[in-house]
Design a protein around this ligand. Sequence first.
Ligand code: ATP
Ligand code: MG
Length: 495
Amino acid sequence: MNNTVEIKNLTKTFGKITALNNLSLNIERGKITGLIGADGAGKTTLLRTIIGLLVPDRGEISTLGFNPVTQKDKLTPFIGYMPQKFGLYEDLTVIENLTLYADLKNVSHDFDKMLEFTKLAPFQDRLAGALSGGMKQKLGLACTLLGSPEFILLDEPSVGVDPISRRDLMQMVREMINPETTVLWSTAYLDEAHSFDTAVVIDKGKVIYDGKPNNLGTTAQEFESKVIELMGGYKQEVSKIAENYIMLKDIKDCTVEADNLEKKYGSFYAVKNNSFCIRRGEIFGLLGPNGAGKSTSFKMMCGLAKPTGGTARIMGIDITKDPERARSNLGYMAQKFSLYGTLTVRENLEFFASAYGIKFKNRASKVQEIIEVFGLKDFADQKSEELPLGLKQRLSMACALIHNPPVLFLDEPTSGVDIITRHDFWNHITSLAKKGVTILVTTHFMDEAEYCDRISLFYNGETIALGTPRELKEKAGAQTMEETFITLIKESGGK
Ligand SMILES: Nc1ncnc2c1ncn2[C@@H]1O[C@H](COP(=O)(O)OP(=O)(O)OP(=O)(O)O)[C@@H](O)[C@H]1O
Ligand SMILES: [Mg+2]
C-alpha cells in the first residue's frame, strides 16, 4: 500500500459550520506532507478525523488500512499525534516528561539527541510549567517523536518557535524518522513549505492544491504570493480600530519605560538589567530566541509578575507602586490564550468592555463594532475554547483593544495566525501607532520585525542589540532580518 491515508468525499460539520466539505485526498507513505491553510480552513479537523478523534458526517477514510471510526483501537498504537496544545505534565520536569512518555510507549530512555536538538539539555530539571512558550512546544514535539511511530501528525508544531530553532525542527523530524514513516505537518509558516515533500493547501474545507511545493513557485516569495492568491489575496482596508482613536498627544518623553528590570528564579536570571524607553507612537519590537525572557519582561511591565529588581513605568505611572492605575492605560495580549474558554466570543468582549469601564450604554455597540473589525461575526456565539488558534488570537487582540488604550503590549500576537490575517493585524498595529498608540510587541516572524520602528534583540535575559531594523542589519552586515537575528545571537555566544 503506497498511501498512508485515503480519503474520499469527506464532510464534517459543526452546527452551521462546514469544516470539511466533500474533501478527497491521498497521503503518501514515507513522505513529509505539509498541510497549509488559513485559520479555520479545516486543518485541525482533518488531522483529528484521520486518526478517529472526530467522526465524519459522510465520506470514506482509511488510515494505515484501518477505518479510524470503527478500528480506532487498532490504529492508535501506530500514531504519534501532537495537538496544538500538547499535554505536557506541568508539574513534572523536562526529563520526567520524556521518561513518562518513553515508558508509555515502551521505549528506551535515550534522550540525548532530543535534548540536543531542542536545546533543552541545560533545562532538563526545570518544571515543564516553568518553560517558555517555545520551549514547551519543542518538548511536546520531542515527546511525540519518541518511539518512532509509523504515522506522525503534527498540528502547527512550529508556532512560537524562534527562527533558529525552527530550522532545526524539520531536521530533527527528518533525522528521527525512518524511510517508511509518514508525516503530516500543518503550518501557517509558508517559508517552511519548501522543505516538505508534498504540499497540500486547503481552503474552506476543500483541497485547492496538492503537489510538489516547487510548483507553487521556485523562490520563497513566489511561493508565498501563489498561496496568498489561492487563499483569496490580502484585504486592503483602512483600520477601523485606528480610525476611532483620537490622536494621542500629551506625553512627550517615554510612554513606556523599563528601568533596570530584573527577574530572578533562584540563581537563574530570566531577565537582567533591562532598560529601555519607548516613545509615544513608536512600535518597539522585542525579539529573541525561545526562553530569552521576552514574556517575563511583558509580565513584569504589566504588573503580573513582581520584578526582583528595577521598575517599569507606563505613561509615567510606576507599575510596582500603582499597578491598577498603570494598567488602566494598557491593552495586553498574552502569549498564552487567557480568555474565558467557556464564554462565547461576544461574552468575552462584553466582559472586557465592562472590566475596562466602558459605560453600559456604549457597550453593545462597541462590542458589535469590534466583532466586525476583527471578522468575528460568524463566530460571535461560539465558545472561545472551540475556536481555531488563529481566531483565538483575533479575539485576544480584540479584547486588548476594546477600551482604546494608549499603550498596547502584544506578546506574539501573530503566532498561529495565517498570513492574510497577519497582514491585517499589522495594518491595525501600524495604523494605531500613527494615531499615537505606543506598542511593545514580540514576534518570531522576521518579516514582521521590519515593521518595528526599533528593535531590542534579547538573549539570555539581556539586551544584546538595540536600534532600528536598518541599524541592526548594518551592525550584523546582513541583508535580511533573519540573517541579522542569527548573526547577532551567534556573536553574543548563542549556538
Ligand atoms: N517560574 C519559573 N521558574 C523558573 N524559570 C522560569 C519560570 N518562569 C520562566 N522561567 C524561565 O525564564 C526564561 C524566560 O522565559 P520567557 O517565557 O520569558 O521566554 P520568552 O523569551 O518569552 O520565550 P518564547 O519565545 O519561547 O516565548 C526561560 O528559561 C524560562 O524557563
Ligand atoms: Mg514568550
